[in-house]
Design a protein around this ligand. Structure first.
Ligand code: UDP
Ligand code: MG
Length: 336
């Protein structure tokens, strides 16, 4: 199978693929296309630009479909409705045929020129080159603050190390891309998935520009959903929290129960029935919490299973019969 795959990719005329998710971006398209044209020219090999229309309700789709029909280097994918940024990116990457695939935002907040730096790093042998924002221009205090808090939280609790201040602006080598495609999870947090994948990763730094036109499509609700996806998909901290709370509540209930029984035994003036009621309520409460937590642990296992992630990802092989062709493809890539 891998022989066929390698043959197909090396026969593919495309060396670089750009993937751009589009959601109601008509106001940036004229300037965007100009910059992308320039980038396609500047790249040192045949390149394609894939626009994924994520159910836009403006004229973006009409514009981009026409572009794809008239310019050989452009492709258009129209999703049937708005599936969200992360899914749109995935659709684009699955359609990409390049040896190196770059994902970038359509609003020019990710400057196309940075892609040339990423390509340099790729040629040095890095399979994943992400872009780290060292400054964010034109984004409000709230966005910066929430983003910062989010990366901090994720850094503390995630099971894999997810680089800070890194969005979805990234170059991915064909091999890392194939591994990514083998991750069929439904709730996608793409930057976490690439962190999970490993491979040789590096960063190039850039200053995030303000939006060229239009306004952000990431509402507070969308940001919250992304953050939740990230936390639930890449950390089991919330589950452990439930178990810990259950244990703590049970312990406190036990202590309190002892205290109440002690009072009752010492013959203090108590409303009749109070002792038994408090005892039962607090013990049941603690027990409930603990049981929920334990069930949560099993649900967590189920959650991990249903994600159907591969157990591991092989970066390279040597000494196997098919390795020769792979290394051959590698050499051609580096040579050019
Ligand atoms: N986007 C998308 N689907 C959505 C929301 C956003 O394809 O449901 C695209 C959007 O067109 C842009 C990119 O994702 O190309 C990033 O969105 P945006 O610039 O609004 O986010 P921000 O930079 O404000 O975080
Ligand atoms: Mg943006």
């Amino acid at each position: 199978m891998s022989m066929v795959e390698t043959a197909a990719t090396s026969a593919s005329p495309v060396r670089y693929s750009l993937v751009l998710p589009i959601f109601n971006e008509e106001s940036v398209l004229p300037v965007l296309l100009k910059r992308i044209d320039a980038l396609l020219d500047a790249l040192d090999g045949p390149a394609e630009a894939i626009f994924v229309d994520d159910g836009s309700r403006d004229s973006s789709a009409i514009f981009l479909r026409y572009k794809a029909q008239t310019d050989l280097r452009y492709r258009f994918i129209g999703l049937s409705r708005n599936f969200g940024h992360q899914v749109a990116i995935t659709a684009g990457m699955e359609a990409a045929r390049g040896e190196a695939v770059v994902v970038m935002d359509a609003d020019l907040q990710d400057p196309p020129e940075v892609v040339l730096q990423m390509v340099e790093a790729w040629k040095q042998g890095f399979e994943i080159v992400y872009a780290r924002r060292i400054a964010r221009h034109g984004e409000g205090r709230f966005k910066r603050w929430t983003a910062d808090a989010f990366y901090r939280l994720l850094g503390r609790f995630a099971n894999v190390e997810i680089p800070r201040n890194v969005g979805d602006f990234r170059l991915v080598d064909r091999r890392a891309l194939e591994a990514f495609r083998a991750m069929p999870e439904q709730d996608r947090f793409v930057r976490g998935m690439f962190a999970w994948l490993g491979f040789r990763q590096t960063a190039v730094e850039f200053e995030r520009a303000p939006r060229a036109a239009g306004e952000t499509k990431y509402t507070l609700r969308r940001m919250t959903r992304l953050a939740l996806n990230a936390l639930v998909g890449f950390s089991d901290a919330p589950l452990k929290l439930v178990v810990a709370t259950g244990l703590a509540v049970s312990a406190l209930a036990g202590l309190y129960g002892l205290y109440v029984v002690g009072k009752w035994l010492s013959g203090a003036e108590l409303v009749s029935g109070w002792t038994s009621t408090i005892l039962i309520v607090s013990l049941l409460g603690g027990g409930n919490m603990l049981m929920t937590g334990i069930i949560g642990l099993y649900v967590g296992r189920i959650h991990a299973e249903v994600k159907r992630r591969p157990l591991y990802v092989v970066a390279e092989r040597a000494g196997f019969p098919e390795a020769a062709t792979r290394e051959g493809a590698q050499a051609t890539r580096r040579a050019g």
